[in-house]
Design a protein around this ligand. Structure first.
Ligand code: UDP
Ligand code: MG
Length: 335
């Protein structure tokens, strides 16, 4: 136990930041009013305590919703400049929507939150504190996954292990709930890739990081916008955008198979010439052919996946297009 000396250890805090909160929304009309109510409460509290500046604000990104999401965002904006909105020209997916929000949010620090209240807003204050103590990136990490299905828990676990084995750096049980300082954001904007997987990209930035744990609750209303198909595609992105190890594995696999086939050939010769054993049935010939054909096709597929990525990156298409923006005029992005 240490009797704290006055002033000792109490490092100089950064001044209270203008905080921007970014919320990607895809058909979230059912949750937005409750989310806005909760965020309002939290921002008011933090401002009253002097932990964030009064001009802190929330930017909702409408990712091409087909319900009343944009109308709701516009009505919030009409009530107070605290609420801002960015409407994308069409659905571009969670990662791109997030990126759109991160580029248009103002402030000294920006926190990204899912719309569905699964990311407990109560952790926002602790993230801000970590920022004021000097962290440039604060990861929100789930302390419990009780609300996820056993299937999701198990696959997520296996996937993190797999990524780690491939050499992809990722923070366990961290989704997209995090704080980025202006400095980290500027660094992030220098990464121009269109195949986005922020979870693996952000740890690459470096800088001083901190972790804040929170309890992940279940969706407040509505259903997940991440069906299994999209989940798999995001998982795939994580591997092929951050690791070329699968390409190396293919080479190793190919060599191993070749060595085995040479050994098999030698054995077949010996069997015929020395031991005079008749060649066993066709299965032993046909099975390896199928096996190797399958293997080759698979390997080609993996290589093709990377070639496809190069194709997409080479085009340098914009990650999103903004149709409308609700923000103070002086802060509106050009283009
Ligand atoms: N989202 C989005 N665009 C999409 C899909 C989802 O902006 O194409 C948003 C969604 O509104 C939510 C967040 O991304 O705020 C996470 O989605 P969801 O909660 O459905 O995913 P889950 O938590 O089930 O993985
Ligand atoms: Mg969710």
């Amino acid at each position: 136990m240490s009797a704290a000396l006055p002033g000792a250890g109490a490092a100089v805090l950064r001044p209270a930041p203008v905080l921007g909160i970014v919320v990607p929304c895809y058909n979230e009309e059912e949750v937005l009013p409750e989310l806005a109510r909760r965020l309002d409460e939290i921002l008011d509290g933090l401002i009253a305590e002097g932990r964030i500046a009064p001009s802190s604000h929330v930017t909702f990104v409408d990712d091409g919703s087909r319900d009343r999401t944009w109308a709701l965002i516009a009505s919030f904006h009409a009530q107070s400049p605290r609420w801002r909105g960015v409407k994308l020209s069409r659905n571009r997916g969670h990662q791109n929507a997030l990126m759109a929000g991160l580029s248009s949010a103002g402030g000294d620090a920006v926190i990204s939150v899912d719309a569905d209240l699964q990311d407990d807003p109560a952790a926002i204050g602790r993230m801000v504190d970590a920022y004021r103590e000097g962290a440039e990136i604060v990861f929100g990490v789930r302390s419990a996954r009780r609300t996820d299905t056993a299937f999701k828990r198990l696959t997520a676990q296996g996937y993190y292990r797999f990524l780690a084995a491939l050499g992809v750096e990722i923070v366990h049980d961290h989704a997209d709930y995090r704080l980025l300082s202006r400095r980290a954001l500027d660094a992030l904007h220098r990464y121009r890739e269109s195949n986005l997987f922020l979870r693996a990209l952000i740890p690459q930035l470096g800088f001083k990081t901190a972790v804040v744990t929170y309890e992940r609750s279940s969706r407040f209303a509505g259903e997940s916008k991440y069906p299994l198909r999209r989940m798999l595609s995001l998982a795939f992105e994580g591997v092929t955008s951050f690791s070329t190890r699968p390409l190396r594995l293919i080479m190793v696999l190919g060599s191993v198979v070749s060595v085995i086939s040479v050994l098999l050939g030698i054995w077949a010769l010996l069997a015929e010439l020395v031991f005079h054993v008749t060649v066993p049935g066709w299965a032993s010939t046909v099975v390896p052919i199928y096996f190797i054909c399958g293997l080759q096709t698979f390997c080609l597929g993996v290589v093709g996946e990377y070639v496809g990525k190069i194709y997409l990156e080479a085009k340098q298409r914009p990650r999103f297009l903004i149709e409308e923006e609700l923000a103070p005029a002086e802060e509106r992005r050009a283009g």
